[in-house]
Design a protein. Structure first.
Length: 303
């Protein structure tokens, strides 16, 4: 039985590929997605593996790592912590004004609020409604938005939206900002914050992804190696995810305090390791570590 909890939020510093295996579509290596919404996620198993690797390097104590994360062979006992999948909170899109926008939607905000309530944390934010067909191409922006042009329009990717009369208050955005790695998004979050309808958000996180074509060169011929051409799907830089971590204690160890310790102090930032300051660390998730993908700033929000 888990007795405590915390919120983790993730800010992608570089494109991220948390892989879902191979695909029969034009994307050979797609990212992980929720089955029912098709929203991008970061699987809890991958998150736990990265934290385990980081803890092993930081603590230099394999017995302590096995006590908290569970034995890899299953003989040292069950894990004292459980990570949920990380869900998308804010997704970056190209914008005509303000360089780029962070978009979200009523469904995402509602789930974020309800999941925090489930662990006893009350996030008092307004959940706007943008569900009517007439509102499909409307957008809600903040009171100090830099995304607007021609008085009441916002252009994201190839789509032009009409700004809703009701602006999203800076107070709501500040409450969201408290949860995420704000050393990177402050003060620009409110200036680039936008809410679109659930349908538009679904389309954007499915099609406004980064796709790269990869090849392997045959060193003897200097040309592309046969069969070594493939496409890779990536979550873009500046995306923000969140997940929950549940913690139980044993008489001989306080797992939550040990977990909090991971987010303090300093260590070198390498693959699977990170640097830690002010409850924020930089870790590397997913594949293609050697070409710089997957660097993510993670914030520990104590419950």
């Amino acid at each position: 039985m888990y007795k405590d909890y915390a919120l983790l939020t993730y800010y992608t510093l570089t494109p991220l590929h948390m892989g879902a295996g191979t695909s029969v579509s034009y994307i050979d290596l797609p990212i992980q997605r929720e089955r029912h919404t098709n929203f991008p996620i970061m699987a809890g198993s991958g998150i736990k593996g990265v934290f385990r690797k980081f803890a092993r390097r930081r603590w230099q104590d394999e017995a302590l790592v096995n006590k908290i994360f569970g034995g890899e062979e299953g003989s040292e006992g069950a894990s004292l912590i459980a990570f949920t999948d990380a869900k998308i909170l804010l997704y970056p899109l190209r914008s005509v004004m303000g360089a780029f926008a962070w978009i979200t939607c009523p469904l995402v905000l509602k789930r974020f609020k309800e999941e925090l309530q489930s662990i006893g944390r009350n996030l008092e934010i307004e959940i706007p409604a943008l569900e009517d067909e007439a509102e499909k191409l409307k957008i809600i922006v903040s009171e100090n938005s830099k995304l607007i042009f021609e008085g009441n329009k916002v252009a994201l990717e190839e789509f032009v939206f009409e700004v809703e009369n009701n602006r999203y208050s800076l107070g709501n955005i500040e409450k969201i900002k408290e949860c995420i790695p704000n050393t990177l998004v402050s003060p620009s979050l409110s200036e680039r914050f936008a809410i679109v309808s659930d349908n538009v958000f679904t389309d954007m996180v499915n099609y406004a992804v980064e796709v790269r074509t990869r090849i392997q060169i045959d060193q003897t011929t200097g040309t592309v190696k046969t069969g070594a051409l493939f496409t890779l799907e990536l979550i873009p830089s500046e995306a923000i995810f969140y997940s929950l971590v549940f913690v139980s204690d044993r008489d001989d160890i306080n797992a939550k305090e040990e977990l909090k310790e991971l987010f303090s102090g300093n260590s070198n930032s390498h693959s699977g390791t990170g640097s830690a300051t002010n409850n924020e660390i930089v870790l590397q998730f997913g594949g293609d570590e050697t070409i710089g993908f997957g660097f993510v700033k993670v914030k520990f929000n104590e419950g």
